[in-house]
Design a protein around this ligand. Structure first.
Ligand SMILES: Cc1cc2nc3c(=O)[nH]c(=O)nc-3n(C[C@H](O)[C@H](O)[C@H](O)COP(=O)(O)OP(=O)(O)OC[C@H]3O[C@@H](n4cnc5c(N)ncnc54)[C@H](O)[C@@H]3O)c2cc1C
Length: 481
């Protein structure tokens, strides 16, 4: 019998799990996939939004601004990168300038600090290389960049260190509400009994809600495609550069990443389905056009990869948070589209308060440890630190991913830290092995050898990202002997 089960191990579910781990309660996170951060939290713009584009008075506006302010502390404690580079919304016409001013007004009502309307010259000064066709911009100094999957992984590891249990390959399919508990059953007939359920199931949160008798909203998918540019592109963009928003959201942006790359994206393809993360040539072409419109010199023609994520668009137009009116044992964290990454810490705090109001007895643990430790990456070490690391563990001397300088020691540690099942993409997200210019062309087979060695998964069972994404079909007859 658990006190709370959280369905979904994206950034929202894992942040909630971490917040719950401060209390003397029994918590489990149930995730359909083999690892954390496999949904929208894997593929998004990685922006910690300042909070000016949410309509004042909405849940989104409240948790975005509060979440942004919490990011410094969460990232420091969890060892997650955060850069307060600031964001610009560039206007290309007087009409767009009016839109930008409306964003400023929204932001001021939402309590976003430091917003300023910039002239063309001031905007070009903030971001050299910005299109000379820009007529002005909104500047938000609290806009920041982070790493969304690192944030998710870190919240999960910290929650786990503080006693939260994680179960993977658990697709919640049947939920029965009893008088004083809820039973959640998987497609494989594994059953959990809990006093409360937190619904953090991303694009599928409407289905979980319906299983518990609440059909007050639906969720549709809106695909966003990206192109990731090589490190050389980071010299061209230092701020997050938005264009004036359109009917389908914040529009295409050009931004640096915390790891020293740059990207252009996302597109917005409405009603794209909930699982289709394919990238289209039309999408890539549109991104290249939009990217050079904002930043004419950005090398948009030299992407190293392309990817897509699915936004969970709620029919209510706002995040659905708090206790369900239809089922008091259900606490919603549903319809979390953008700015859900920015809002996750504040959603976590509010969700815990909703559970308290719903009747859960929350007594703080004296031994909660907010800190998640992560070794400094080999590529970021000084020569002296590298020498000391190799001396201590010779596996630091074996570089597996040459593009990103990732060593065997780091990959072994990542495999051992994985709460679910080690996969090629899971190792990539934890270490950056395969994230460089060759995109794993050289290191993938060697990473697979290490997954077999340290994760105990036979080669022919290793997948790229779970499910049917096997890397090899089998062994040759000669090898079998
Ligand atoms: C293109 C794009 C750009 C974005 N850019 C930004 C940005 O720059 N800044 C920002 O703040 N936000 C951004 N967002 C939004 C942000 O990514 C999401 O709000 C956030 O990741 C949502 O997290 P989540 O945990 O709710 O959902 P997910 O990360 O989708 O996690 C939900 C999890 O639930 C699991 N699940 C579903 N059904 C079941 C079931 N039946 N049983 C068990 N498990 C289940 C899924 O497998 C999944 O792992 C963007 C989103 C997209 C798609």
């Amino acid at each position: 019998m658990y006190d709370v089960v959280v369905i979904g191990a994206g950034v929202v579910g894992c942040a909630i799990a971490r917040q719950l781990s401060k209390y003397k309660i029994r918590v489990a996170v149930l995730e359909a996939k083999v690892d954390v951060a496999m949904g929208a939290s894997r593929a998004n713009s990685a922006i910690v939004h300042a909070g000016y584009d949410c309509k004042p008075g909405t849940n989104m506006a409240r948790v975005n601004v509060a979440g942004n302010a919490m990011y410094d502390e969460w990232c420091r404690d969890l060892c997650v990168p955060l850069k307060r580079v600031g964001s610009l919304v560039a206007a290309f016409s007087e009409e767009e300038m009016e839109q930008v001013k409306k964003l400023r007004d929204y932001g001021e009502k939402n309590g976003v600090p430091g917003l300023a309307i910039l002239t063309r010259e001031e905007a070009l000064d903030k971001q050299p290389g910005l299109s000379p066709e820009v007529v002005g911009a909104l500047w938000a100094p609290t806009g920041a960049i982070t790493c969304p999957y690192e944030m998710t992984i870190a919240c999960a590891e910290n929650a786990h260190d503080n006693g939260v249990e994680f179960y993977f390959d658990f697709l919640a399919e049947k939920i029965t509400t009893l008088r004083d508990a809820v039973e959640v059953e998987s497609d494989k007939n594994v059953l959990f009994r809990s006093r409360y359920v937190v619904n953090a199931a991303g694009v599928h949160a409407d289905e979980i809600s319906r299983l518990m008798g609440d059909d007050s909203f639906t969720i549709s998918g809106r695909k966003g495609e990206y192109i990731l540019l090589d490190r050389e592109a980071s010299g061209f963009v230092q701020r997050v550069v938005f264009q004036a928003p359109g009917p389908l959201g914040k529009g295409v942006l050009v931004s640096p990443t915390v790891d020293g790359n740059a990207f252009i994206g996302p597109t917005a393809v409405d009603d794209s389905g909930k699982e289709d993360t394919s990238v289209t040539q039309a999408g890539v072409d549109a991104l290249k056009r939009a990217g050079v419109r904002s930043m004419p010199q950005v090398p948009a023609n030299r992407p190293i990869t392309a990817f897509a994520g699915i936004r969970a668009i709620p029919s209510t137009g706002d995040f659905i948070l708090g206790q369900s009116k239809a089922n008091p044992r259900l606490i919603q964290a549903a319809g979390i589209c953008s700015p859900g990454l920015s809002s996750a810490p504040a959603i976590a705090v509010e969700t815990v308060e909703s559970l308290r109001r719903a009747g859960l007895n929350l007594v703080e643990r004296g031994d909660f440890n907010p800190v998640r430790k992560k070794e400094k990456p080999f590529r970021a070490m000084t020569q002296e630190e590298r020498a000391a690391a190799v001396e201590k563990d010779p596996r630091y001397g074996r570089v597996i991913c040459r593009c990103e300088t990732v060593t065997e020691a780091e990959i072994a540690a990542a495999i051992e830290r994985t709460l679910g099942k080690a996969t090629l993409d899971g190792v990539k997200r934890r270490t950056r092995a395969g994230m460089g210019r060759c995109q794993g062309g050289f290191c993938a087979p060697r990473v697979m050898e290490l997954i077999e060695k340290y994760g105990g998964i036979p080669m022919e069972k290793i997948t790229k990202n779970g499910g049917a994404s096997k890397m090899i079909v089998g062994r040759t007859r000669q090898e079998e002997k």
